[in-house]
Design a binder for this molecule. Structure first.
Ligand SMILES: NC(=O)c1ccc[n+]([C@@H]2O[C@H](COP(=O)([O-])OP(=O)(O)OC[C@H]3O[C@@H](n4cnc5c(N)ncnc54)[C@H](OP(=O)(O)O)[C@@H]3O)[C@@H](O)[C@H]2O)c1
Length: 277
């Protein structure tokens, strides 16, 4: 543990998929945390830069999870501005949650590096938890998942592994200046992932590949905000083209163990009942 741990660690997105898990880990080890989100105290809002300075006063480090997505145009400038402000305020230890194969995410990484921070980057594959804590839950409950992606393999990574990696990066020495690419241990298509969930949940759930226009129309019918619809289409068009069909050893390098397999995630999550109606 480093000597600055009596000060809280600011966790941006601290109520979200990875931030919540990181907060749980730090708290369980008796380490103070400050949640950086619109519901935090003080409030932190990416869209209101005046809230950034007060949220970072007196913290030892920041876990940066950008919202809505680090692939959104302009995310790099915003993350860069945040990192420069943190360094100017003497908060130099910054850990960024990033994405793979995304132009804007890789630009954000460069902005972070250029800020003068003591940086660590966790460049992550798609989270398994998108199926249980994200936009796919409703379709799984309805028994049909329709996405504009075919037989492309994605190495879904578990949010618990990401939180474990963030915890280690923030509490142990030797991770400054390192970029860890975090993936799960296996490539699965979205059809494979849905089939694993269906099996674990003991239900019939279909996967259908649809066109981008059909997907956009379906999202509008579900009243998803247009910017989220744009983002999802972008991710499915740009990023799921095969460029990320590789496994990495990032989890092994940071944690000294294998990443969690999707089937373990599916079985554990099915047992919570979230996919049962
Ligand atoms: N999901 C994936 O598969 C994946 C893969 C690789 C990288 N990433 C990256 O991970 C990051 C987080 O994505 P996620 O899907 O896991 O989301 P998430 O963390 O589950 O997002 C929700 C969090 O964001 C906060 N939030 C919402 N609006 C905010 C605002 N205007 N200002 C400040 N905080 C706000 C929420 O708290 P409040 O509601 O209290 O504000 C909550 O803590 C993104 O940058 C994404 O690009 C995601």
């Amino acid at each position: 543990m480093n000597s600055t741990t009596s000060k809280p660690i600011l966790i941006l997105g601290g109520t979200g998929k990875t931030g919540r898990r990181l907060a749980e880990r730090l708290t369980a080890h008796g380490l103070p945390v400050r949640i950086g989100s619109r519901s935090g105290t003080p409030r932190f809002d990416w869209e209101l830069p005046a809230t950034w300075g007060p949220a970072m006063q007196g913290v030892s480090a920041v876990y940066i999870s950008y919202y809505p997505d680090i692939a959104v145009p302009g995310a790099a400038e915003t993350v860069g501005a945040f990192a420069r402000l943190a360094v100017a305020n003497g908060v130099t230890r910054l850990v960024l949650l990033s994405g793979r194969g995304e132009t804007e995410a890789q630009r954000a990484e460069e902005m972070l590096k250029a800020s003068g921070a003591d940086w660590t980057i966790l460049r992550c594959a798609w989270f398994s938890q998108n199926f249980s804590e994200g936009f796919l839950v409703e379709s799984l409950l309805e028994g049909e998942v329709a996405l504009p992606v075919g037989n492309v393999g994605e190495p879904f990574v578990d949010a618990d592994d990401i939180a474990d990696a963030a915890f280690v990066a923030l509490t142990e020495q030797g991770h400054v200046g390192h970029l860890y690419e975090l993936t799960g241990p296996r490539l699965l298509s979205f059809a494979d992932a849905v089939a694993e969930i269906a099996k674990a949940a003991g239900r019939d759930i279909r996967y259908i590949k649809v066109s981008h226009d059909e997907f956009t129309a379906a999202m509008a019918a579900h009243e998803l905000p247009p910017e989220i619809a744009w983002l999802l289409n972008e991710l499915f068009t740009e990023v799921l083209d095969g460029r990320n069909e590789t496994l990495t050893d990032g989890v092994q390098r940071v944690l000294g163990r294998a990443p969690k397999d999707f089937s373990a995630y599916a079985n554990e999550t099915a047992a919570t009942g979230i996919w049962s109606n």
